[in-house]
Design a protein around this ligand. Structure first.
Ligand code: ASP
Length: 322
């Protein structure tokens, strides 16, 4: 028999980031080291969480600029354990802001969770005079407790963003995330979640296969990101083709293209050579808003509205599953 408290046991997983950062001086919001304070101490510093049935686990302690497959696999492993526990309604994950959108996207693609997985972060270290982490954790827990649908979301500065749309758009301000044309899913006001549109994703059929291969992988299929810009040429692409190691061959290139998927003609020539050699080429836009609108003149496949960094992950996961 499950008791009422255990039925509401939330799990909070820590991975590091500025939210767990510490500076030598309390007034310093930028000169700190990320990933220093334990997630247990971060949670203990949030008065609103006192007395709630919580399980708190440190999965990693990294600056998220260094995020990669090993930490993602550790996260997926712990998330799978907890999400499969009927007494756990949702999981919160603390994370750095720099690659938060990439982790959110990977977790959504790989796990496609039926329960809420709520990622949160901070722009100021835990040692700041006015840290934003405690409020963000409190808001993330509110979202985890009130969300009616599953899926991975990001909570920061009182806003809830979808894994697909969210992007870090500011280097310093507390409200550093934006969902572009889609806008945020919801906001959190004094602990109450106010939704702007229905959210919560239905899992599709691909997840178990992707999940198995993702967990078994030593590395993800190699997909590189190149940018098209004024005065571009094909030298970066040709260098990639020339040095592709047999142990980890170049499988894909995502282009952060100009505007609506346009690419400098010199770079296009090199990309055509890559494609002729079996490398997948996908166009995303380097514009902060909008998508590559499909049209007959596009030289390569487009990213279905994904940003360059997410298109890179989507292609790597697709290649992993193929
Ligand atoms: N470099 C930090 C990180 O991503 C930045 C942050 O969390 O705001 O872990």
């Amino acid at each position: 028999m499950v008791d009422a408290n255990r039925a509401q046991r939330l799990v909070i997983l820590g991975t590091g980031g500025t939210i767990a950062g510490r500076a030598s001086q309390a007034g310093d919001n930028v000169g700190y080291v990320a990933g220093q304070v334990s997630v247990a101490d971060l949670v203990a510093a949030v008065p609103a969480l006192a007395g709630l049935p919580l399980t708190v686990e440190q999965v990693a302690q990294v600056d998220s600029k260094d995020m990669g497959l090993p930490v993602w696999q550790a996260l997926v492993r712990q998330l799978s354990v907890h999400l499969n526990d009927p007494t756990v309604p949702a999981v919160v994950v603390t994370h750095g802001t720099d690659t938060l959108e990439e982790t959110a996207f990977v977790l959504q693609q790989v796990l496609q969770p039926r329960k809420p997985v709520v990622l949160t972060c901070a722009m100021r270290p835990a040692s700041a005079l006015a840290p934003d982490g405690p409020q963000n954790i409190s808001d993330a827990v509110a979202v985890a407790r009130q969300a009616t649908g599953g899926g991975v979301v990001v909570v920061c500065a009182g806003q809830v963003h979808s894994a697909r749309d969210v992007a870090k758009v500011h280097t310093y301000q507390l409200n550093a995330f934006d969902s572009g044309d889609a806008g945020p899913l919801a906001c959190v006001e004094e602990g109450e979640v106010r939704s702007f549109r229905p959210w919560g994703t239905a899992p599709d059929q691909t997840s178990s296969d992707v999940l198995t291969r993702f967990m078994a992988a030593d590395v993800l299929p190699r997909v590189e990101l190149v940018t098209s810009h004024a005065d571009a040429d094909g030298s970066v692409v040709r260098a990639l083709l020339a040095q592709a190691a047999p142990s980890r061959p170049l499988r894909g290139i995502v282009v952060a293209a100009t505007g609506n998927g346009t690419v400098h003609q010199s770079l296009t020539e090199a990309l055509n050579e890559a494609r002729a050699g079996g490398v997948r080429v996908v166009l995303a836009s380097r514009c902060a808003r909008g998508r590559v609108v499909p049209h007959a003149g596009l030289a390569f496949d487009h990213s279905q509205g994904l940003s360059p960094v997410k298109a890179r992950l989507a292609l790597a996961l697709e290649l992993l599953a193929s």
